[in-house]
Design a protein around this ligand. Structure first.
Ligand code: NI
Length: 388
């Protein structure tokens, strides 16, 4: 690996930042301590950070000359779960944990900012550092955009540390890299009765089983098998007792797709199936479908730029990411301007891949990854804004 020497020089700073954020995790829109630490660090670098952007976000511009503006984004929030990693810098906040690696994202971006503020007179243009709150569900990106974080920005880039790939691998591709992540709730209303006298009842449990079965055909029979989609029923709740026919069942679940077309297809087919099953059994069924984050779709030219920048760090280990159907609100930025969201391999070196997945209570990362990310950022700034 070819870690940039300026990044190697501040390795301790980067690790210290990450471990500090890790010990004091904060949930979405509650990142008050986190944003204060970031603001102070940026000020110390000579920048003039804007605080409270998108509620608890922070942005700062570093400008040399009139060239283009590129934004680099890190998300800031943690998850509502109890850490079990056993690390000596484990979370000190009960029931809150950086289990997705956003602590690492902030540390990497601060590292890049520190080097660029020290040596940045080698470029022509503006780098905007974006620290965004509330990625985990509340869509902090939308609040940042509303507050103008993309104003004047030509291209945007973002990193996710990625425990599905080892350190030294970097996943980059154009097109979809993360899915639309929608949720739905279905309420089935039937007519209850005695478990031994089904005549005259409409059994909400039987109706729900037909719905669940039929939903499985959306992915297997309606969508193109070459395009990834998921329909998952996550919860079933209903019934009163073993000898009572249930009058009501509630289902909830999530639908995932890499394209808006498939997202709409799933939504439409679900509605049609619900309608048909309701008629078949005479039940009343309500359908509440809520759009989550849109699919994260990288633009071709920025993805090629990241690939070039990453190849100079990890050589041929820069390539196709290990893709997932997770969601990510970086998608909102990519709907507005060109950019690329990419994945820096961070699987702990003493463990097998997939042993420490994101969002698990023993999540941890190989901290060597925290030098890979900012090295790519520095190469990218050289390529995009460098004085030729
Ligand atoms: Ni994440």
């Amino acid at each position: 690996m070819n870690i940039r020497s300026e990044i190697k020089d501040i390795e301790k700073n980067i690790i210290d930042w990450r471990r500090d954020f890790h010990q004091y995790p904060e949930l979405g829109f509650d990142e008050h301590r986190t944003s204060k630490i970031i603001g102070e660090a940026l000020k110390k670098m000579g920048l003039a950070p804007q605080m409270n952007v998108g509620k608890t976000g922070v942005t700062a511009d570093l400008t040399f000359g009139e060239g283009p503006t590129i934004a680099l984004r890190a998300d800031m929030d943690a998850l509502p779960m109890q850490e079990t990693s056993g690390l000596d810098f484990s979370s000190k906040h009960d029931g809150v944990m950086h289990a997705c690696g956003h602590d690492g994202h902030m540390a990497m971006l601060l590292g890049a900012a520190k080097v660029l503020t020290q040596n940045g007179d080698g470029f022509n243009g503006t780098v905007r550092f974006i620290f965004q709150p509330a990625e985990e569900g509340a869509g902090g990106a939308r609040y940042m955009i509303e507050d103008g974080c993309l104003d004047g920005v030509d291209e945007i880039y973002g990193i996710h540390v990625w425990n599905y790939q080892p350190v030294g691998e970097v996943g980059i591709t154009d097109g979809p890299v993360l899915a639309a992540a929608d949720m739905f709730e279905i309420k089935i209303k039937g007519i209850g009765g005695h478990g031994a006298a089904p005549q005259g009842t409409i059994d909400a449990v039987v109706v729900s089983s037909h719905l669940i079965q039929a939903f499985q055909t959306i992915v297997s029979r309606n969508t193109n098998p070459l395009e990834s989609t998921v329909v998952t029923i996550g919860t079933i709740n209903g019934g009163h007792n073993f000898n009572i026919i249930a009058d009501e069942v509630t289902l909830s679940g999530t639908a995932r797709a890499y394209t808006e077309e498939n997202r709409n297809l799933i939504k439409t087919r679900m509605a049609e199936i619900i309608d048909g099953v309701a008629k078949t059994f005479g039940a009343e069924i309500s359908f509440d479908y809520e759009d989550g984050y849109p699919p994260t779709i990288n633009h071709t030219d920025p993805a090629n730029k990241v690939l070039k920048a990453a190849e100079r760090v990890v050589g041929e280990k820069a390539g196709m990411p290990y893709l997932s159907m997770g969601g990510e609100d970086f998608s909102y930025y990519l709907q507005k301007i060109p950019g690329c969201f990419f994945f820096v391999g961070s699987a702990p070196n003493d463990q097998k891949l997939f042993e420490t997945p994101h969002h698990c209570s023993h999540f941890t990362m190989d901290e060597r990854a925290l030098l890979v990310g900012p090295s790519i950022y520095l190469n990218l700034v050289d390529d995009l804004l460098g004085i030729k």
